[in-house]
Design a protein around this ligand. Structure first.
Ligand SMILES: *Cc1c(COP(=O)(O)O)cnc(C)c1O
Length: 385
Protein backbone atom coordinates (compact mmCIF):
# COMPACT_ATOMS: atom_id res chain seq x y z
CA UNK A 1 0.00 0.00 0.00
CA UNK A 2 1.26 3.44 -0.85
CA UNK A 3 -0.69 6.01 1.07
CA UNK A 4 0.75 9.21 -0.31
CA UNK A 5 -0.02 10.71 -3.72
CA UNK A 6 2.11 13.36 -5.42
CA UNK A 7 -1.01 15.52 -5.77
CA UNK A 8 -1.57 15.65 -2.01
CA UNK A 9 -1.16 18.98 -0.28
CA UNK A 10 1.90 19.89 1.77
CA UNK A 11 0.58 18.93 5.22
CA UNK A 12 -0.69 15.60 3.89
CA UNK A 13 2.67 14.77 2.29
CA UNK A 14 4.44 15.74 5.54
CA UNK A 15 2.37 13.14 7.41
CA UNK A 16 2.27 10.35 4.88
CA UNK A 17 5.03 10.48 2.24
CA UNK A 18 7.47 7.63 2.87
CA UNK A 19 5.50 6.65 5.96
CA UNK A 20 3.24 3.76 5.05
CA UNK A 21 2.37 1.60 8.07
CA UNK A 22 5.21 -0.83 8.68
CA UNK A 23 4.68 -4.12 6.80
CA UNK A 24 5.30 -6.69 9.56
CA UNK A 25 3.52 -5.19 12.58
CA UNK A 26 1.42 -2.38 11.14
CA UNK A 27 3.24 0.21 13.26
CA UNK A 28 1.77 3.53 12.16
CA UNK A 29 5.00 5.43 12.81
CA UNK A 30 8.16 4.27 11.03
CA UNK A 31 10.10 2.48 13.79
CA UNK A 32 13.63 3.43 14.87
CA UNK A 33 15.54 0.59 13.19
CA UNK A 34 18.41 0.63 15.68
CA UNK A 35 20.51 -1.97 13.92
CA UNK A 36 23.81 -1.87 12.09
CA UNK A 37 23.16 -4.84 9.83
CA UNK A 38 20.34 -6.84 8.24
CA UNK A 39 20.08 -10.64 7.88
CA UNK A 40 20.26 -11.88 4.29
CA UNK A 41 18.29 -14.96 3.15
CA UNK A 42 21.00 -16.18 0.77
CA UNK A 43 24.47 -15.05 -0.32
CA UNK A 44 24.05 -12.19 -2.76
CA UNK A 45 20.37 -11.67 -1.89
CA UNK A 46 18.87 -9.23 0.59
CA UNK A 47 15.52 -7.68 1.53
CA UNK A 48 16.47 -4.15 0.49
CA UNK A 49 18.90 -3.42 3.30
CA UNK A 50 22.38 -4.85 3.98
CA UNK A 51 24.38 -2.53 6.22
CA UNK A 52 23.10 0.59 7.98
CA UNK A 53 25.62 3.07 6.55
CA UNK A 54 24.36 2.11 3.10
CA UNK A 55 20.70 2.22 4.04
CA UNK A 56 18.32 2.09 7.00
CA UNK A 57 14.50 2.03 6.78
CA UNK A 58 14.08 4.94 9.25
CA UNK A 59 16.40 7.00 7.06
CA UNK A 60 14.55 5.93 3.91
CA UNK A 61 11.27 7.20 5.41
CA UNK A 62 12.85 10.61 6.12
CA UNK A 63 14.44 10.75 2.67
CA UNK A 64 11.18 10.00 0.88
CA UNK A 65 9.21 12.44 3.01
CA UNK A 66 11.48 15.49 2.71
CA UNK A 67 12.03 14.81 -1.01
CA UNK A 68 8.23 14.87 -1.42
CA UNK A 69 8.06 18.20 0.42
CA UNK A 70 10.61 19.73 -1.96
CA UNK A 71 8.92 18.22 -5.03
CA UNK A 72 12.10 16.21 -5.63
CA UNK A 73 12.62 12.79 -7.19
CA UNK A 74 15.59 12.17 -4.87
CA UNK A 75 16.36 12.90 -1.23
CA UNK A 76 19.59 12.06 0.57
CA UNK A 77 19.93 12.53 4.34
CA UNK A 78 23.17 13.39 6.15
CA UNK A 79 24.51 13.64 9.68
CA UNK A 80 24.47 17.47 9.58
CA UNK A 81 23.79 20.38 7.28
CA UNK A 82 27.55 20.73 6.84
CA UNK A 83 27.90 17.06 5.83
CA UNK A 84 25.20 17.65 3.19
CA UNK A 85 27.02 20.81 2.04
CA UNK A 86 30.34 18.96 1.89
CA UNK A 87 28.85 16.18 -0.22
CA UNK A 88 27.51 18.69 -2.76
CA UNK A 89 30.85 20.53 -2.85
CA UNK A 90 32.67 17.29 -3.71
CA UNK A 91 31.48 17.96 -7.24
CA UNK A 92 34.32 20.52 -7.41
CA UNK A 93 37.88 19.56 -8.38
CA UNK A 94 41.07 21.60 -7.96
CA UNK A 95 40.98 24.48 -10.44
CA UNK A 96 37.18 24.69 -10.42
CA UNK A 97 35.46 27.88 -9.35
CA UNK A 98 32.28 28.58 -7.36
CA UNK A 99 30.19 31.73 -6.91
CA UNK A 100 28.74 32.32 -3.48
CA UNK A 101 26.21 34.96 -2.47
CA UNK A 102 27.85 37.68 -0.35
CA UNK A 103 25.84 36.73 2.72
CA UNK A 104 25.79 33.13 3.89
CA UNK A 105 25.96 30.85 6.89
CA UNK A 106 29.43 31.21 8.45
CA UNK A 107 30.10 27.47 8.30
CA UNK A 108 29.29 27.36 4.59
CA UNK A 109 31.79 30.14 3.93
CA UNK A 110 34.36 28.39 6.12
CA UNK A 111 34.18 25.04 4.30
CA UNK A 112 34.29 26.77 0.90
CA UNK A 113 37.17 29.12 1.72
CA UNK A 114 39.27 27.05 4.14
CA UNK A 115 38.58 23.39 3.37
CA UNK A 116 37.89 23.44 -0.40
CA UNK A 117 40.08 26.54 -0.85
CA UNK A 118 42.92 24.50 0.64
CA UNK A 119 42.34 21.89 -2.08
CA UNK A 120 42.60 24.42 -4.92
CA UNK A 121 38.89 25.26 -5.39
CA UNK A 122 38.47 28.99 -6.08
CA UNK A 123 35.48 31.05 -5.01
CA UNK A 124 34.10 34.55 -5.44
CA UNK A 125 31.49 36.13 -3.17
CA UNK A 126 29.11 38.32 -5.19
CA UNK A 127 26.15 40.56 -4.48
CA UNK A 128 23.47 38.47 -6.15
CA UNK A 129 20.73 41.02 -5.59
CA UNK A 130 22.02 42.19 -9.00
CA UNK A 131 22.00 38.89 -10.94
CA UNK A 132 23.26 40.68 -14.07
CA UNK A 133 26.52 41.28 -12.20
CA UNK A 134 26.97 37.51 -12.09
CA UNK A 135 26.54 37.23 -15.87
CA UNK A 136 28.97 40.11 -16.44
CA UNK A 137 31.61 38.72 -14.08
CA UNK A 138 31.28 35.06 -15.14
CA UNK A 139 34.43 33.02 -14.55
CA UNK A 140 34.60 30.16 -17.13
CA UNK A 141 35.97 27.72 -14.51
CA UNK A 142 32.68 27.99 -12.57
CA UNK A 143 30.88 24.69 -11.88
CA UNK A 144 28.54 25.77 -9.10
CA UNK A 145 26.63 28.81 -7.91
CA UNK A 146 25.68 28.58 -4.22
CA UNK A 147 23.02 30.77 -2.62
CA UNK A 148 20.92 31.03 0.47
CA UNK A 149 17.67 32.96 0.33
CA UNK A 150 16.64 34.54 2.62
CA UNK A 151 20.25 34.78 3.73
CA UNK A 152 21.72 34.15 7.15
CA UNK A 153 21.84 36.57 8.98
CA UNK A 154 20.96 39.61 6.83
CA UNK A 155 17.69 38.23 5.40
CA UNK A 156 18.61 39.32 1.88
CA UNK A 157 16.40 37.80 -0.82
CA UNK A 158 17.84 36.53 -4.10
CA UNK A 159 15.82 35.83 -7.23
CA UNK A 160 16.20 32.06 -7.61
CA UNK A 161 14.66 31.83 -11.11
CA UNK A 162 16.86 34.59 -12.51
CA UNK A 163 20.04 33.25 -10.97
CA UNK A 164 19.17 29.73 -12.22
CA UNK A 165 18.76 31.09 -15.74
CA UNK A 166 22.17 32.81 -15.73
CA UNK A 167 23.82 29.78 -14.11
CA UNK A 168 22.39 27.36 -16.66
CA UNK A 169 23.16 29.65 -19.63
CA UNK A 170 26.79 29.34 -18.54
CA UNK A 171 26.68 25.56 -18.10
CA UNK A 172 26.89 25.46 -14.30
CA UNK A 173 24.56 24.17 -11.56
CA UNK A 174 22.70 26.12 -8.89
CA UNK A 175 22.48 25.00 -5.25
CA UNK A 176 20.01 26.74 -2.93
CA UNK A 177 20.34 26.43 0.84
CA UNK A 178 16.64 26.47 1.80
CA UNK A 179 17.16 26.18 5.56
CA UNK A 180 15.69 29.59 6.45
CA UNK A 181 12.49 29.27 4.40
CA UNK A 182 11.90 25.51 4.83
CA UNK A 183 10.08 23.62 2.06
CA UNK A 184 6.78 24.94 3.43
CA UNK A 185 7.58 28.51 2.38
CA UNK A 186 9.76 27.97 -0.68
CA UNK A 187 10.59 25.21 -3.20
CA UNK A 188 13.76 26.18 -5.09
CA UNK A 189 13.69 23.18 -7.48
CA UNK A 190 10.40 24.44 -8.93
CA UNK A 191 12.13 27.78 -9.58
CA UNK A 192 15.03 26.19 -11.47
CA UNK A 193 17.58 25.23 -8.81
CA UNK A 194 19.45 21.96 -9.42
CA UNK A 195 19.82 20.95 -5.79
CA UNK A 196 18.41 22.09 -2.46
CA UNK A 197 20.30 21.72 0.79
CA UNK A 198 18.84 21.85 4.30
CA UNK A 199 20.14 21.86 7.81
CA UNK A 200 17.32 19.69 9.21
CA UNK A 201 18.67 20.80 12.60
CA UNK A 202 16.59 23.95 12.09
CA UNK A 203 12.92 24.21 10.96
CA UNK A 204 12.52 20.66 9.61
CA UNK A 205 13.48 19.05 12.93
CA UNK A 206 12.04 22.10 14.62
CA UNK A 207 12.60 21.21 18.27
CA UNK A 208 16.31 21.92 18.83
CA UNK A 209 16.92 18.30 19.72
CA UNK A 210 18.76 16.83 16.74
CA UNK A 211 21.43 17.72 14.16
CA UNK A 212 20.97 16.68 10.53
CA UNK A 213 21.29 17.64 6.89
CA UNK A 214 19.51 16.93 3.62
CA UNK A 215 19.91 17.26 -0.15
CA UNK A 216 16.95 17.13 -2.55
CA UNK A 217 17.34 17.07 -6.33
CA UNK A 218 15.67 16.06 -9.58
CA UNK A 219 19.04 15.55 -11.28
CA UNK A 220 19.32 11.73 -11.60
CA UNK A 221 23.05 11.72 -12.23
CA UNK A 222 23.89 14.05 -9.34
CA UNK A 223 21.57 12.05 -7.06
CA UNK A 224 23.41 8.83 -7.91
CA UNK A 225 26.68 10.54 -7.13
CA UNK A 226 25.35 11.89 -3.80
CA UNK A 227 24.01 8.45 -2.87
CA UNK A 228 27.40 6.92 -3.71
CA UNK A 229 29.20 9.51 -1.55
CA UNK A 230 26.71 9.13 1.30
CA UNK A 231 27.82 5.50 1.55
CA UNK A 232 31.45 5.92 0.48
CA UNK A 233 32.21 8.85 2.80
CA UNK A 234 29.72 7.83 5.48
CA UNK A 235 28.41 11.06 7.05
CA UNK A 236 25.03 9.40 7.70
CA UNK A 237 22.43 10.28 10.33
CA UNK A 238 21.57 7.60 12.88
CA UNK A 239 18.07 6.10 12.96
CA UNK A 240 17.06 8.02 16.10
CA UNK A 241 18.06 11.34 14.52
CA UNK A 242 16.06 10.41 11.41
CA UNK A 243 13.08 9.59 13.61
CA UNK A 244 13.32 12.97 15.37
CA UNK A 245 13.61 14.88 12.08
CA UNK A 246 10.64 12.98 10.66
CA UNK A 247 8.61 13.61 13.80
CA UNK A 248 9.41 17.32 13.48
CA UNK A 249 8.42 17.43 9.82
CA UNK A 250 4.89 16.25 10.68
CA UNK A 251 4.07 19.63 12.23
CA UNK A 252 6.14 21.81 9.91
CA UNK A 253 3.13 23.41 8.22
CA UNK A 254 1.39 24.50 11.42
CA UNK A 255 4.64 25.54 13.04
CA UNK A 256 5.71 27.70 10.08
CA UNK A 257 2.34 29.45 10.00
CA UNK A 258 2.76 30.42 13.64
CA UNK A 259 6.46 31.31 13.21
CA UNK A 260 5.41 33.74 10.47
CA UNK A 261 2.59 35.24 12.57
CA UNK A 262 4.78 35.72 15.64
CA UNK A 263 7.62 37.18 13.55
CA UNK A 264 5.22 39.73 12.07
CA UNK A 265 4.32 40.86 15.63
CA UNK A 266 7.99 41.21 16.58
CA UNK A 267 8.71 43.15 13.38
CA UNK A 268 5.85 45.52 14.20
CA UNK A 269 7.42 46.24 17.61
CA UNK A 270 10.92 46.71 16.22
CA UNK A 271 9.88 49.02 13.38
CA UNK A 272 8.19 51.31 15.90
CA UNK A 273 10.97 51.32 18.53
CA UNK A 274 13.37 54.24 18.69
CA UNK A 275 16.34 52.10 19.82
CA UNK A 276 16.20 50.23 16.51
CA UNK A 277 18.09 51.61 13.53
CA UNK A 278 16.95 49.12 10.89
CA UNK A 279 14.78 46.01 10.72
CA UNK A 280 15.73 43.31 8.22
CA UNK A 281 12.69 41.19 7.31
CA UNK A 282 11.53 40.23 3.79
CA UNK A 283 7.90 40.74 4.80
CA UNK A 284 8.42 44.49 5.17
CA UNK A 285 7.20 46.39 2.10
CA UNK A 286 10.36 48.53 2.25
CA UNK A 287 12.70 45.51 2.20
CA UNK A 288 14.73 45.53 -1.07
CA UNK A 289 13.76 41.88 -1.74
CA UNK A 290 10.11 42.16 -0.74
CA UNK A 291 8.67 41.84 -4.23
CA UNK A 292 10.82 38.84 -5.12
CA UNK A 293 9.89 37.22 -1.80
CA UNK A 294 6.20 37.79 -2.58
CA UNK A 295 6.65 35.78 -5.79
CA UNK A 296 8.94 32.99 -4.68
CA UNK A 297 7.86 32.45 -1.06
CA UNK A 298 4.53 31.54 0.55
CA UNK A 299 5.31 33.50 3.73
CA UNK A 300 8.24 35.44 5.13
CA UNK A 301 9.43 33.11 7.85
CA UNK A 302 10.37 33.27 11.51
CA UNK A 303 13.82 34.86 11.25
CA UNK A 304 14.16 38.57 12.01
CA UNK A 305 17.36 40.61 12.19
CA UNK A 306 17.77 44.20 13.36
CA UNK A 307 20.46 46.80 13.97
CA UNK A 308 20.68 49.05 17.02
CA UNK A 309 21.19 52.80 17.04
CA UNK A 310 23.36 52.41 20.16
CA UNK A 311 25.89 50.23 18.30
CA UNK A 312 27.72 47.12 19.39
CA UNK A 313 27.55 47.75 23.17
CA UNK A 314 23.78 48.01 23.14
CA UNK A 315 23.53 45.00 20.83
CA UNK A 316 25.53 42.90 23.31
CA UNK A 317 23.24 43.98 26.16
CA UNK A 318 20.04 43.28 24.23
CA UNK A 319 21.32 39.80 23.35
CA UNK A 320 22.19 39.03 26.96
CA UNK A 321 19.18 40.44 28.79
CA UNK A 322 16.01 39.03 27.28
CA UNK A 323 14.00 36.70 29.49
CA UNK A 324 12.20 34.46 26.97
CA UNK A 325 14.52 34.74 23.97
CA UNK A 326 17.37 32.41 24.94
CA UNK A 327 20.88 33.55 24.03
CA UNK A 328 22.03 30.70 21.80
CA UNK A 329 23.21 29.79 18.31
CA UNK A 330 20.96 27.85 15.91
CA UNK A 331 17.39 28.63 14.87
CA UNK A 332 14.11 27.16 13.72
CA UNK A 333 13.08 25.52 16.98
CA UNK A 334 9.82 25.94 18.86
CA UNK A 335 11.51 28.21 21.43
CA UNK A 336 12.69 31.74 20.65
CA UNK A 337 16.43 32.38 20.39
CA UNK A 338 18.49 35.56 20.20
CA UNK A 339 22.11 35.92 19.12
CA UNK A 340 24.86 38.32 18.06
CA UNK A 341 26.01 36.99 14.66
CA UNK A 342 29.27 38.98 14.58
CA UNK A 343 30.65 37.18 17.63
CA UNK A 344 28.62 33.95 17.51
CA UNK A 345 27.38 32.21 14.33
CA UNK A 346 29.33 34.37 11.89
CA UNK A 347 32.70 34.74 13.65
CA UNK A 348 34.23 32.73 10.77
CA UNK A 349 33.40 35.46 8.19
CA UNK A 350 35.13 38.29 10.14
CA UNK A 351 37.45 40.19 7.81
CA UNK A 352 35.94 38.61 4.66
CA UNK A 353 33.52 40.00 2.06
CA UNK A 354 30.78 38.36 4.13
CA UNK A 355 31.52 40.22 7.39
CA UNK A 356 28.33 41.26 9.22
CA UNK A 357 27.71 44.56 11.12
CA UNK A 358 28.56 44.49 14.83
CA UNK A 359 25.31 46.23 15.85
CA UNK A 360 23.28 43.36 14.37
CA UNK A 361 21.02 41.03 16.38
CA UNK A 362 19.36 37.95 14.93
CA UNK A 363 16.14 36.47 16.31
CA UNK A 364 14.64 33.08 15.71
CA UNK A 365 11.06 33.82 16.66
CA UNK A 366 9.51 30.78 18.30
CA UNK A 367 6.03 29.62 19.18
CA UNK A 368 5.52 31.21 22.60
CA UNK A 369 2.55 33.58 22.96
CA UNK A 370 3.29 36.58 20.75
CA UNK A 371 2.25 39.02 23.50
CA UNK A 372 4.87 37.56 25.83
CA UNK A 373 7.60 37.72 23.20
CA UNK A 374 6.76 41.32 22.30
CA UNK A 375 6.73 42.34 25.99
CA UNK A 376 10.08 40.64 26.63
CA UNK A 377 11.82 42.39 23.77
CA UNK A 378 10.15 45.75 24.46
CA UNK A 379 11.28 45.65 28.09
CA UNK A 380 14.90 45.10 27.12
CA UNK A 381 14.87 47.72 24.35
CA UNK A 382 13.26 50.28 26.66
CA UNK A 383 15.84 49.55 29.33
CA UNK A 384 19.14 49.28 27.43
CA UNK A 385 18.35 50.80 24.03
C1 LIG B 1 22.83 25.74 10.48
C2 LIG B 1 22.97 26.01 9.04
C3 LIG B 1 23.79 25.21 8.22
C4 LIG B 1 24.64 24.09 8.79
O1 LIG B 1 23.88 23.04 9.29
P1 LIG B 1 24.32 22.08 10.52
O2 LIG B 1 23.16 21.19 10.67
O3 LIG B 1 24.57 22.99 11.69
O4 LIG B 1 25.57 21.39 10.10
C5 LIG B 1 23.82 25.48 6.87
N1 LIG B 1 23.10 26.50 6.34
C6 LIG B 1 22.33 27.30 7.09
C7 LIG B 1 21.56 28.40 6.45
C8 LIG B 1 22.25 27.09 8.46
O5 LIG B 1 21.47 27.90 9.21
Amino acid sequence: MTVDQPTDGFATRALHAGQDPEAVTGAVIPPIFQTSTFAQPRVGEHLGYEYARTGNPTRTALEECVAALEGAAHGVAFASGMAATDTLLRRLAPGDHLYLGNDAYGGTYRIISNVYGGHGVQHTAVDLTQPEALAADWNPATKLVWIETPTNPLLTVFDIAKIAEITHANGAKLVVDNTFASPYLQNPLALGADAVVHSTTKYLGGHSDTVGGFVATNDDEWAADLRYLQNAVGAVPGPFDCFLALRGVKTLAVRMDRHCENAARIVELLVGHEAVREVLYPGLPGHPGHEIAQHQMRGYGGMVSFRLRGGVDVAMKVAAETRLFTLAESLGGVESLIEHPGVMTHASVAGSDLEVPDDLIRLSVGLEDADDLVADLRDVLDRVG
